[in-house]
Ligand binder design. Structure first.
Ligand SMILES: Nc1nc2c(ncn2[C@@H]2O[C@H](COP(=O)(O)OP(=O)(O)OP(=O)(O)O)[C@@H](O)[C@H]2O)c(=O)[nH]1
Ligand SMILES: Nc1nc2c(ncn2[C@@H]2O[C@H](COP(=O)(O)OP(=O)(O)OP(=O)(O)O)[C@@H](O)[C@H]2O)c(=O)[nH]1
Ligand SMILES: [Mg+2]
Ligand SMILES: [Mg+2]
Lengths: 292, 284
């Protein structure tokens, strides 16, 4: 288990006078294994370990703090720092409506997150319009409309025969005309290597000029998280992420990969299937979860 | 570059990187490397021999469950009797889509088929399955009332399948995280109903795993095996960049055969699992 491995890592440092070249590498080896077990992408693990190594060796000896305690604290702090310190809220444009575009792989939780954000905004006294622009998945538009009805938030679509970019554009127009302060566009799941679908995403993006592009990622995702984030960031440009299904027991190492690769903060986490199950992201809690 | 030079620590590093990035996991990767390292320490292992060693080891891990069961490597419904196949797994992995593909495969292969809408919870789950069923002209059994008991739908579907001499009943279930005890108990209840109402049916309980997921896949397999009595695995989304390496841990720890591969969102994007092809793609 991760926490066991982490204890093993620092066992090598117990009884040592300080963290040194001689003892740090075996401790780091265990941290590396722990992060891989937690599904952090390998290149991200490597650069993180290198940073921790530098800091550990450069750290001043703290009186009364044993090296193993100092090491654990350092790893934890470094994780929290990489994942972004304080919580980052949803964008709010100067001129209404704020436009939010949802993107990600198939089954990540985009449609559910779209409704969750709609409810979250409603509870803040804001008026969101949800735009159903997934014309591929059977009953995708029905799904968002059903969720919208459950929370009494309006859903707009032109139907599955229209082009997604046209639906997005028309949704934005309605949002402006009818004074919604936020328009959230749900899109079809797509592979980052599907050229035509990624080009479509770029067209949807151009059509609505979003203030926020949220990459929705399943917290159970494996090594692919780094490549996925890089591709979406390079081709579409992401401003934030939503990490879903955090009510499970996955370590969620993707959180570190997403942040490292794109610099974008994770803004929310999904904590259940119900529409109320959305919470702001807290880096310290995520760091503890990744480290077990 | 792998296979050009004899096996060395450097090439072991390359193999480790490849396996780790394919989601094989730390422990399974270490086991593979240990075996290769032992061979390397006994004698010079030339490049192509190393690759074959690696491929054999990986293939054997995946084929072991079938070999140990003495089962048919190709899964198909048994003609002339009721077959009931349950699709189970966590949220969003591709259960409903896979079921749609299986219904199509069944019809094209000449089986009479029926689909049960066992997901009575999620928004538009029944409508989604209805579209898939319509694509193959397969009838759907569903309960239209809100938050119906999935057990009731399965009960009705089995009754319909038996009275119409259906050969393959495909049961869709709601996605559920294995940490939710009440939902796992709900699934266990569905499985008990199947066993009780159709004791003579050939039952397959298929865990659908998403190839893009990491190490949690093993935890899913262990938990779902307890609740739903698993007989096999379907690995989906292999058309993406993910290589599905968690399949090795699942095969060896839960002793489950991988039965089908999902490689796309279309009706025909399903094929029987082939360990040779899978390992080739993994090392590509
Ligand atoms: N337990 C849990 N389930 C979730 C969460 N978020 C979404 N889900 C479930 O995950 C599944 C997929 O969610 P969707 O919203 O349909 O995912 P999507 O990204 O829109 O899927 P596609 O449109 O097909 O790409 C559904 O069963 C949701 O109920 C979460 O935070 N926790
Ligand atoms: N690229 C790709 N997408 C797939 C594959 N299988 C399923 N999908 C997509 O994954 C998403 C989720 O599929 P579903 O069939 O709804 O998954 P599910 O397990 O039934 O989801 P829940 O019922 O909500 O738990 C959909 O967008 C599917 O089109 C596959 O093999 N490849
Ligand atoms: Mg969706
Ligand atoms: Mg489903």
């Amino acid at each position: 288990e991760l926490s066991q491995r982490f204890e093993d890592a620092v066992r090598g440092l117990k009884g040592e006078a300080s963290i040194s070249e001689g003892n740090v590498d075996s401790a780091l080896k265990d941290v590396r294994r722990a992060l891989l077990d937690a599904d952090v992408s390998l290149p991200v693990v490597k650069s993180f370990i290198a940073e921790v190594r530098e800091k550990a060796l450069g750290a001043d000896v703290v009186r009364g703090v044993s090296p193993d305690q100092q090491f654990i604290k350092l790893v934890h702090e470094e994780l929290v720092e990489v994942m972004g310190g304080a919580n980052a809220p949803l964008a709010k444009a100067e001129q209404s409506p704020t436009v939010v575009l949802m993107a990600g792989l198939q089954g990540a939780g985009k449609t559910t997150a779209t409704a969750k954000l709609g409810l979250h905004l409603k509870e803040q006294g804001r008026r969101a319009l949800l735009v159903a622009a997934d014309t591929y998945r059977p009953a995708a538009i029905d799904q968002l409309q059903t969720l919208g009805q459950q929370i009494d938030v309006e859903v707009f679509s032109l139907g599955a025969d229209a082009k997604p970019e046209a639906i997005a554009e028309a949704g934005l127009a309605k949002g402006r005309e009818e004074g919604f302060d936020t328009v959230i566009v749900d899109t079809a799941g797509r592979l980052q290597i599907d050229t035509s679908m990624m080009e479509e995403m770029v067209r949807i993006r151009s059509a609505v000029a979003p203030d926020e592009v949220l990459l929705v990622v399943d917290s159970m995702i494996g090594q692919e998280a780094a490549d996925l984030t890089r591709s979406f960031h390079e081709q579409v440009g992401i401003t934030g992420a939503v990490l879903t299904k955090m009510d499970g027991d996955s370590r969620g190492g993707a959180a570190l990969s997403i942040r490292k690769v794109s610099g974008a903060p994770i803004k929310f986490i999904g904590t259940g299937e119900k529409v109320e199950a959305l919470q702001p992201f807290h880096p310290e809690r995520m760091a503890s979860r990744i480290l077990g | 570059n792998l296979g050009d030079d004899p096996l060395s620590e450097a090439s072991l590093d390359d193999i480790e990187t490849l396996l780790l990035q394919a989601d094989v996991g730390v422990e399974a990767t270490d086991q593979v490397l240990d075996l290769l390292r032992r061979r390397m320490n006994e004698a010079v292992v030339d490049g192509s021999e190393a690759i074959n060693l690696l491929k054999d080891q990986l293939r054997n891990l995946l084929d072991a469950p079938i070999k140990s069961m003495g089962a048919n490597p190709l899964l198909a419904p048994q003609k002339g009797r009721l077959n009931i196949w349950l699709m189970v797994g966590v949220n969003g992995v591709g259960k409903t889509t896979t079921l749609g593909k299986l219904a199509n495969l069944a019809v094209r292969s000449g089986y009479s088929c029926l689909v049960a809408a066992g997901d009575t919870f999620r928004a538009a789950a029944v409508q989604q399955l209805q579209v898939w069923a319509d694509r193959s002209g397969v009838p759907l059994v569903a309960n239209p009332s809100a938050n119906a008991d999935p057990a009731a739908v399965v009960f009705d579907a089995i009754g319909a399948a038996q009275s119409k001499d259906i050969e393959l009943l495909l049961v869709d279930t709601a996605g559920r995280l294995q940490t939710k005890n009440n939902l796992m108990e709900e699934l266990a209840k569905v499985r008990r109903i199947v066993d009780r109402l159709a004791p003579d049916a050939a039952v397959e309980s298929l865990l659908v795993l998403d190839a893009s997921q990491g190490q949690n896949g093993l935890r899913q397999a262990m938990a779902f095996a307890k609740a739903a009595g698993l007989t096999g695995v379907v690995l989906t989304k292999l058309d993406g960049t993910a290589r599905g390496g968690v399949a090795f841990a699942v095969a060896s720890e839960s002793n489950l055969p991988i039965r089908f591969i999902g490689a796309g969102e279309g009706l025909r994007d399903l094929r029987p699992f082939n360990s040779f092809e899978f390992v080739e793609a993994l090392l590509a």
